[in-house]
Ligand binder design. Structure first.
Ligand code: GLU
Length: 728
């Protein structure tokens, strides 16, 4: 009896806190959030009438999130989000990767050309306007054309005569459309970043892993024109004054406290049918894992001993290794959750609900079967596309360099030689080449080619491989990586910096002639053309048809299932919520909800170089020189877990408590949680956040940059009688 009671209690508790979902801020699950401990109103979180928390959140660089933490435009985001910027400013003389970077005053902040941050001014449901003129009888192509035309009109209507940008985004595969009005700032300066030994502490060993001790943060500042508007970098620009910045809760969170994560999750695929999940688990993920494993083996070996290579390849290595490890975890998680069987069960249940309703059976009776059938029919072309993306965009770099050069040369074809625009493109060719060669190592790239080329060939079905017989020297040995690589990498003019720059600056005509005969240039073009001519169209057709059916499928799921329904992530602003809590991810294993500085020392003591720590951090620990940043046990909390449903793009998102105060910085998920992009398991899936007090401790005590902490609004919640909600 007692056991049954306990089991029931566990079930109730887990469903009570089942916190799946990434909610559009205008359509929150507010009652549930408040029931779980949140004191904020909907208007505190999102408002167009006055400032709200949304005004402190930015889309950082397009792929991450950042938040305003001072009234002088100071943004907090992840170290891994600012990493490529820190790397770009680094050299052997100024090795900011190893030493960290801290601007001790605003004049020392470093500009980052090309970096943008985006505020969301408004989210408006424009479904009716966008679907005007679409009929149930319209084909998918007709529908898409009408939607595109209507969207343009809608955007224009709203942003005309403003400096805002607008974008209409589809939600639930086009069941709904929302107009997103944005304000984009382009003068973003680097303010501070810890050394990699803190910002990436744990390296690949700890990536996607708990217990975690990574100080994954960096600081930037938004600058505006003197009148507070977005402006490109200029000396007269001033630190931007935001409508809202997040106050910081110096007491942090306790286990079980409400938390929410506010940011821009990239993509989730929560509503797929079981055959789609089968494709991901059995075809796409294994191929991608294999290619990346091979690339990483080569890059890691090259980076380990040579400092210059370490700096050159740091950002590239991270770009490849991150998803590599994620996909392995994703497959393990989906497998042990029996995801395919669960999807099938869900489909059977939904099918019987459809069949029990005479008004639905005609339109939806065959939908689930059709979706699964269409999924299988698309597997080969989807795999061909995934292989191309993996090989071309994550494999040998020289192929991407080559197509980039080709694009610039093609633009020059339409221009008069020597004209202003022409000269500008010559300059671009020079810049592109210089920045490419700055971080390029031919022998690493050749080894990667050699290793990945046979996979490209063997994984593709015959219909989609590229014919390279026209390339001199490789025609007979097209599937032999070593021979093809040796031919390509011994005779291309694209591989030598000085030689190539000389060609650019002496005669573009001659350069083009040489390139036409160049084996790497030829291969790059063939691969790209093979994709555009042979794969892209068929893939797009399959996807359009599939998305059309998915629209009906998500619609019927929403209609027939009682749970609140949330649309898949699509890089738009979302709120996830849950609580600070650990989990029991595997048999015999428990994740406590938080870690401390003691754990950093313990990991360092193992001798693994991923756990190298700067001496000063060790001294701060041994002296217990913690300042005001301790938790109630007198320790420095480093990271904590929560049941907030997050994804890539939520990197850098604020973890906010029930009063709207900043308590942490989201940066990762546990390995068992990476399945949550496809299926969320409330008992297992946990996001990982850096405790905000660790961030402040590093800024103040480690980096002696206390002037930055002075800019922030620190709140000691336990000392103020009742925590005030200070948003408005
Ligand atoms: N650490 C993750 C990444 O780098 C981002 C956050 C997540 O996916 O949970 O992709």
């Amino acid at each position: 009896m007692k056991n049954r009671f306990v089991a029931l209690l566990v079930l109730l508790t887990s469903s009570l806190f089942a916190s799946e979902g990434m909610w559009i801020p205008t359509l929150l699950n507010l009652d549930d959030m408040q029931a779980k401990g949140m004191s904020l109103s909907a208007e505190d979180i999102y408002s167009i009438n006055h400032s709200s928390i949304k005004d402190a959140i930015v889309h950082f660089g397009g792929g991450c999130t950042g938040e305003l933490i001072s009234d002088q435009g100071l943004i907090l985001t992840n170290y891994h989000c600012g990493y490529s910027r820190v790397q770009a400013h680094s050299s052997l003389e100024n090795d900011y990767l190893t030493d960290g970077f801290w601007a001790m005053n605003k004049d020392e902040e470093l500009s980052n050309p090309g970096l943008k941050v985006t505020f969301i001014k408004q989210i408006i449901d424009v479904t009716d306007k966008v679907l005007e003129g679409v009929f149930p009888t319209s084909t998918e192509e007709e529908r898409n054309a009408i939607i595109q035309a209507n969207s343009l009109l809608v955007v224009n209507d709203y942003i005309e005569n403003t400096h805002y940008k607008g974008e209409v985004k589809a939600f639930n595969y086009g069941n709904e459309y929302h107009l997103i009005i944005k304000e984009i700032f382009t003068d973003i300066r680097l303010v501070g970043a810890p050394p990699s030994a803190i910002g990436k502490f744990g390296g690949d060993t700890d990536n996607w892993v708990w217990p975690r001790h990574t100080g994954d943060f960096s600081l930037f500042r938004i600058y505006s024109s003197p009148d507070g508007k977005p402006a490109d970098f200029a000396a007269e620009n001033i630190p931007f004054i935001p409508l809202h910045h997040l106050p910081i809760n110096m007491d942090g969170v306790n286990e079980g406290d409400f938390t929410m994560v506010y940011g821009f999750p990239g993509s989730t695929y929560e509503h797929l049918v079981h055959k789609d999940v089968e494709y991901i688990m059995n075809q796409s993920n294994p191929m991608r894992i294999k290619m990346r494993r091979n690339s990483l083996a080569i890059i890691d070996a090259a980076m380990i001993n040579v400092d210059a290579t370490r700096i050159k390849y740091a950002a590239k290595q991270s770009r490849i290794s991150n998803a590599y490890k994620k996909w392995i975890g994703q497959n393990l998680g989906l497998d042990s959750f029996e995801a395919i069987a669960k999807k099938k069960e869900f489909e059977t249940d939904l099918q019987s609900k459809i069949e029990n309703d005479t008004t639905l059976i005609e339109q939806y009776g065959s939908l689930i079967n059709e979706l699964n059938k269409m999924s299988i029919e698309g597997w080969d072309v989807h795999l061909a596309r995934d292989i191309f993306v993996e090989f071309y965009y994550y494999g040998p770099e020289i192929l991407r360099f080559s197509i980039g050069i080709d694009n610039l040369l093609a633009q020059m074809d339409t221009l008069e030689e020597g004209s202003e625009h022409y000269q500008l493109l010559v300059e671009k060719l020079n810049n592109k080449s210089n920045s490419f060669f700055k971080n390029y190592d031919k022998s690493i790239d050749e080894k990667i080619f050699e290793s990945l080329w046979p996979i490209y060939y063997s994984e593709n079905s015959n219909d989609y491989t590229v014919d390279i017989s026209s390339i001199k020297g490789v025609s007979k040995s097209w599937n032999d990586g070593t021979t093809v690589a040796a031919t390509l990498y011994s005779s291309s003019i694209l591989l030598n910096k000085e030689g190539f720059l000389k060609e650019i600056n002496s005669s573009i005509k001659k350069l083009k002639k040489k390139l036409d005969k160049d084996p790497i240039y030829q291969l790059s073009k063939l691969l790209y053309a093979n994709y555009t001519d042979n794969i892209k169209g068929e893939y797009a057709m399959s996807k359009t048809r599939m998305d059309g059916l998915m629209r009906h499928y998500t619609f019927i799921q929403k209609e027939l299932n009682n749970d609140p329904f949330w649309p898949d992530a699509n890089s738009t602003l979302r709120v996830s919520y849950g609580k600070a809590e650990g989990s029991t991810p595997r048999d015999g294993m428990t994740y406590k909800y938080a870690t401390t500085l003691d754990g950093i020392i313990q990991k360092n003591n193992t001798g693994n170089t991923d756990f190298t720590i700067p001496d000063k951090l060790r001294t701060l620990h041994s002296d217990k020189n913690y300042g005001k940043y301790t938790n109630e046990d007198g320790k420095i909390s480093v990271c904590f877990l929560g049941s907030n449903h997050t994804s890539g793009g939520n990197s850098g998102s604020p973890a906010i408590d029930g009063n709207g105060y900043l308590v942490g910085l989201n940066f990762d998920r546990t390995w068992e949680s990476t399945m949550s992009d496809i299926m969320y398991n409330p008992d297992i899936c946990r996001n990982i956040m850096v405790d905000i007090r660790y961030v402040l401790f590093i800024i103040d005590k480690y980096a002696d940059a206390g002037h930055l902490v002075d800019e922030m609004t620190l709140i000691n919640v336990s000392e103020s009688k009742e925590a005030e909600v200070i948003v408005l």
